[in-house]
Design a protein around this ligand. Structure first.
Ligand code: MG
Length: 380
C-alpha cells in the first residue's frame, strides 16, 4: 500500500537541554530525526516530508540533506500548523499519510506495518498503549483515584487517509490547538482505530530520556576525564567571585570577565574531557562582548556541549587555593550554584579548599588558584 510520511521536527525542544533542538541531537551518533526517516524509507514510504523550524532549515539540510528525495517544509507556530505545512508539501492526496514526531526515534517496520493493516476500513489508525499506572486527579487539597478503564496513551506515527485529514483540518474550528492529529479526525466524526503501541516508541523530552535512549540503542559509552587550572590576581574591590558566589571582601579578582577562577577551572575541565579546547577558544578574552561577563555563561556552555555530543556529566570536583577569603562558610552555596548551572544533582559536585601555608603567590594573597577535574560519559 502506498503511503507518505510527515516527520514533525519543528519544535525547539528546550526541555531536553543541550542547546540544540532535540531532533538534531544524536542518539548513538545519529541525529534523532534521522532514525525515523530511515525507518520510513526502509518501509517503502513513497514521499517523506520533514517539517523543520524556519530558522533551522540549514541545520536540517546539513544533517539530513543527503537523504534522497526528502522534502523539507517550514513549520508553523503550533504543531497543527506544522502538520498542515507538511500536508501542503505532499504533491498527492489520494492515499495514506503517517504523521510522526521526530522525537520518537525507535520506529520500526513492525509499527508501520501494523498501522497500514489498521487502516483497513478506517479513516485513521494510531499506535497507543493502555494506561498501566494508577491515575490520580488533584481535587482541591486532596486527590482522587480516577478510573483508567478504556484509557490509552497515544503515540506516533498516526496514519490517516490524506483526503480525510485535509478535510478534518480545514474544518477544525476549536480555539485550542489539537495535541495530536487523531484528535482532528475524531472531531470531524471520522473513525480512528487503535493499534497496539510499543514502549520503545518513547518520546525524548527531558535530558534523562537521552541517556535512556542511548542505552536502548545499545551504544557503547566511555568515561572521559578532564582537568582545568586557572588563577586570577587579587586587587582592590568589593567582593570576590568564586564558583558563582560573590564573597564579601575589600578585594576582587581581576580579569576580563568576572575572573571567577573556580568557574573557569571547572569549565576547562569539562572542555578538556570532551576534547573541545579551552575556555579562551570559546570565549576569546580579546572579544569585547565577554568583558565583565558572568562566568556561569561559560560553564553552562561547556555543559551544553557535553549534552550536544550525546554525553552526560558524571561529576566535577574543584579545589580553591587561597589564604582568604575563607571558603568553608560558602561551600554549600557554591555547590548549589554549580548544581544549578550544570543541571546536576548536588552529590555529583564537590568544592574543596586549601591554603599553601603562606608560601607562594597564593600564600602572599596576590591571587587565587583553582584546580578542577570533571568526568563525563559519552558515546564511544
Ligand atoms: Mg580565568
Amino acid at each position: 500500500m502506498d503511503f507518505a510520511a510527515i516527520i514533525v521536527a519543528a519544535g525547539s525542544g528546550s526541555r531536553a537541554g543541550g542547546g540544540l533542538s532535540k531532533q538534531w541531537r544524536t542518539v548513538a551518533g545519529k541525529p534523532v530525526a534521522r532514525w525515523s526517516i530511515e525507518a520510513f524509507y526502509a518501509a517503502g514510504a513513497k514521499t517523506i516530508v520533514a517539517v523543520v523550524p524556519p530558522q533551522e532549515v540549514d541545520t536540517a539540510k546539513a544533517l539530513l540533506g543527503d537523504m534522497k528525495g526528502l522534502i523539507f517544509a517550514e513549520g508553523g507556530a503550533t504543531r497543527a500548523q506544522s502538520v498542515m505545512s507538511g500536508l501542503r508539501a505532499l504533491a498527492w492526496d489520494d492515499e495514506i499519510v503517517m504523521i510522526h514526531d521526530a522525537a520518537r526515534p525507535f520506529l520500526g517496520m513492525g509499527h508501520i506495518r501494523s498501522l497500514l493493516e489498521g487502516m483497513e476500513g478506517a479513516d485513521g489508525a494510531i499506535l497507543a498503549l493502555p494506561v498501566a499506572d494508577t491515575i490520580k486527579r488533584e481535587a482541591g487539597d486532596t486527590i482522587v483515584t480516577a478510573s483508567r478503564d478504556g484509557l490509552w496513551r497515544a503515540q506516533t506515527p498516526q496514519a490517516f487517509r490524506i483526503s480525510a485529514l485535509n478535510v478534518a483540518y480545514a474544518a477544525w474550528s476549536d480555539a485550542e490547538a489539537p495535541t495530536d492529529d487523531a484528535g482532528v479526525i475524531e472531531a470531524s466524526g471520522g473513525k480512528v482505530r487503535l493499534v497496539p503501541g510499543d514502549p520503545m516508541l518513547m518520546k525524548l523530552t527531558y535530558p534523562e530520556d537521552f541517556l535512556m535512549a542511548e542505552r536502548l540503542a545499545g551504544s557503547a559509552r566511555i568515561t572521559r576525564t578532564g582537568q582545568g587550572v586557572d588563577a586570577h590576581r587579587l586587587g582592590p574591590g568589593d567582593g570576590v567571585w568564586l564558583c558563582g558566589i560573590k564573597i564579601p571582601s575589600d578585594k576582587a579578582l581581576i580579569g576580563h570577565s568576572d575572573a571567577d577562577a573556580g568557574l573557569h577551572a571547572i569549565t576547562d575541565a569539562i572542555l578538556g574531557a570532551i576534547g573541545q579546547g579551552d575556555i579562551g577558544d570559546h570565549f576569546p578574552p580579546t572579544d569585547p562582548q565577554w568583558k565583565g561577563a558572568p562566568s556561569h555563561l561559560f560553564l553552562k556552555h561547556a555543559g551544553d556541549l557535553v549534552r550536544s555530543a550525546g554525553g552526560a556529566l558524571i561529576n566535577v570536583d574543584v579545589t580553591l587555593i587561597c589564604e582568604r577569603p575563607k571558603i568553608k562558610p560558602h561551600r554549600e552555596a557554591m555547590r548549589s550554584k554549580l548544581a544549578e548551572i550544570l543541571d546536576l544533582p548536588i552529590d555529583r559536585i564537590s568544592v574543596k579548599a586549601t591554603t599553601t601555608e603562606g608560601m607562594g603567590y597564593t600564600g602572599r594573597e596576590e591571587g587565587i588558584l583553582a584546580q578542577a577535574i570533571a568526568s563525563v560519559e559519552t558515546p564511544a
